[in-house]
Design a binder for this molecule. Structure first.
Ligand code: PGA
Length: 251
């Protein structure tokens, strides 16, 4: 099975710097092949000028979409609009959106449904905060988020999505989960999915301070199928090394 390395550029880069970054990735061979799917998720404003990425082996994703398919929603972007610009993926339920825009598990589930209808693969983020981990509630939080998501989106939609475990305390902090911490949550997610009747293999990515230095150990875990990368995805050399580590994992 191929694994994923997905770059979340967040609210960074302008046209020239984005094109430089992509050129840096292509020059270093950080492109999709039968071992690894390489995806970048630029801000909306850059999507149109990233059109020819797919031809170069890098797939395109959005960072969010609205929960309605169209209408009077000033400032919003629909899943279909992302698809129209060549996106194949969309990140949904990132903790920054859950925190800043009060997105609930049900909201994320509704968005995932629309994303699938528009032909996109949702990359759905889950994860506990530091205080939830310190309270020993990590598994409860993950299970609640998964339950809310499946109830709102349905098994078929979640079965054709990618799930990213992103502990909130690890995002942008330089403090990644250890491979053991990540693996035990991924194994739990897998158990919950199987318990809910999932028969297909839903790719499970880890996200939160992934770098070229820790990627290899994370990718070696049996239930980690790739990474969702923030800060390190803005540096061509670093991101290319992460892609390389993914490619070197035994099939
Ligand atoms: P980070 O971000 O790699 O900068 O920690 C990950 C994410 O937010 O998806």
């Amino acid at each position: 099975m191929s694994c994923f390395v997905i770059g979340n550029w967040k609210m960074n880069l302008l046209q020239v710097s984005a094109q430089d970054l992509v050129k840096g990735l292509v020059d270093r061979g950080a492109v999709s092949d039968d071992r690894v799917s390489v995806v970048v998720c630029p801000p909306y404003t850059l999507l149109a000028c990233m059109h020819d990425l797919t031809a170069q082996g890098i797939m395109l994703g959005g960072q969010n979409c609205h929960h309605a398919s169209k209408g009077a929603f000033t400032g919003e972007i629909s899943a279909e609009m992302l698809s129209d610009l060549g996106c194949r993926y969309v990140i949904l339920g990132h903790s920054e959106r859950r925190r800043d825009y009060n997105e609930s598990d049900a909201d994320v589930g509704h968005k995932a449904k629309l994303a699938r209808e528009a032909g996109l693969v949702p990359v759905i983020c889950l994860g506990e905060t530091l205080s939830e981990r310190q309270d020993g509630a990590t598994f409860d939080v993950i299970e609640r988020q998964l339950r809310g998501l499946i109830d709102a989106a349905g098994i078929d939609v979640v079965a054709s999505s990618v799930i990213a475990y992103e502990p909130v305390w690890a995002i942008g902090t330089g403090l990644a989960a250890t491979s053991q911490q990540a693996q035990e949550v991924h194994a739990r997610i897998r158990e919950v999915l199987v318990g809910r009747g999932f028969t297909s293999h839903v790719p499970l990515l880890y996200g939160g301070s992934v770098t070229a230095d820790n990627a290899s150990e994370l990718f070696a875990c049996p239930d980690i199928d790739g990474a969702l990368v923030g800060g390190a995805s803005l540096k061509a050399e670093e991101f290319a090394k992460i892609v390389d580590h993914a490619r070197r994992q035994p099939a």
